[in-house]
Design a protein around this ligand. Structure first.
Ligand code: FCB
Length: 386
């Protein structure tokens, strides 16, 4: 059976600055890396220098969109001092996408803080919304002109950031404090609202949203307690931020990785990182987002699979369920596989291999994985044959 996607559907893959660029020294992750608390990204994929080659690959793979992020610590290395050279760099990056007919989705903040901002308390600082919005305003004023980039994501996965950095203590600033966790979520909400307002003031036509990690909190029908717990989890993790941002989003970006069943359940399929593979969850999550009445883009979905034995089926199965959600009225407009390249997977370093393209970190050589050619067929024909 062939499933045809709507004509203007966006097909792409995603990356983020610290995970792929290399040479970032001035943010909280690089600092924590120097202190031995987390792995160091170092040269990463050297994408800062190799972006044109990488975008040639994006084009070769038939993708018509690409999600990337701007490294705040490059743009504003000292508080209030903006680096024109770095803006120029990202202008070239966006131009390189445009030249290849690829629509950019630009994330303004993907987890990493400039050192000066981290030292001021980062998103615990009550002034954070103002500081963040000033940065966003600067970037958008410089980079959104002349139709260079229409889609902007202010914040990537606010709940994941707050939970890893302030509750689980695994990411900078390594805190395990519920009150700090809540405070950061609150400030991230205000930061999104402030940056949304600034961007829309610069150009109301720009499409602004967040990339939201939502989890499919599941349980058996016959466990009323389990169901109740899962409903509360979903209200908090999946919907709290989105509700607070209501009226200040032009689209919803959904990042889907996790399905959590209440109580024990056996899953045969897992990724290299032990993450359960459960494609139907994407259908549940998309249906849940329908009530916001906004266009939806899947801004991340992918798996660590070094041998590339599961990736093709993973992509096809998730797209099959996403298509079903569209048949049931969900306004889904694009899909970005995470990630274009193998890259620096935060506290897990360079071990996990998420890429459509394999990277040899010694030689920086790229090798397109077989699953990427299969994904290309989908992107180019705008249809999925199953
Ligand atoms: C998401 C992050 C992304 C990447 C994937 C695997 O939570 O947004 O940077 O690390 O997980």
């Amino acid at each position: 059976m062939v499933k045809n996607f709507p004509g203007n559907f966006l097909w792409g893959s995603a990356t983020s600055s610290y995970q792929v660029e290399g040479g970032v020294e001035n943010n909280d992750w690089a600092e924590a890396g120097r202190q031995g608390k987390v792995p160091v990204a170092g040269r990463a994929c050297d994408h800062y220098n190799l972006y044109e080659k990488d975008f040639d690959v994006v084009k070769e793979l038939g993708q018509n969109a690409h999600r990337l992020s701007i490294e705040w610590s490059r743009i504003e290395p000292e508080e209030g001092k903006f680096d024109e050279k770095e803006i120029e760099h990202y202008r070239k990056v966006l131009q390189a996408l445009r030249d290849r007919g690829i629509e950019p989705f630009v994330t303004l903040w993907h987890f990493t803080l400039p050192n000066w901002f981290a030292k001021k308390g980062g998103f615990e600082n009550p002034k954070a919304p103002e500081i963040f919005a000033r940065y966003c305003g600067f970037v958008v004023r410089r980079l959104a002109e002349g139709d260079m980039a229409k889609f902007w994501i202010t914040i990537n996965e606010p709940m994941v950031y707050a939970s890893m950095g302030y509750l689980k203590g695994k990411w900078p600033p390594f805190s395990k404090n519920f009150f700090r966790f809540l405070k950061v979520i609150k400030t991230l909400i205000s930061s999104h609202l402030a940056s949304y307002n600034i961007i829309k003031k610069i150009n109301p036509e720009l499409q602004v949203g967040i990339a939201k990690n939502n989890i499919d909190f599941d349980s058996t029908r016959f466990n009323p307690l389990g169901r109740l717990v899962q409903v509360f989890r979903s209200i908090f993790w999946n919907h709290y931020f989105l509700k607070k941002a209501f009226g200040h989003q032009d689209f919803i970006g959904l990042n889907y990785y996790f399905h959590k069943h209440f109580g024990y359940k056996f899953y045969e399929q897992k990724s290299d990182m032990g993450w359960v593979i459960y494609p139907k969850a994407i259908f549940h999550l998309l249906k849940e987002l329908k009530k916001y009445n906004l266009p939806i883009y899947i801004t991340e979905n992918g798996l660590a699979d070094a041998k590339d034995t599961k990736r093709e089926k993973f992509i096809k199965d998730h797209l099959t369920w996403a298509y079903k959600a569209m048949e049931e009225g969900v306004d889904l407009r694009g899909y970005f596989y995470w990630s274009l390249l193998d890259n620096f997977e935060w506290a897990d370093g360079f071990g996990p291999r998420f890429g459509l393209v394999e990277v040899d970190y010694k030689t920086m050589e790229r090798k397109i994985r077989p699953s990427a050619w299969e994904y290309k067929k989908i992107c180019e024909t705008n249809s999925l044959e199953i």
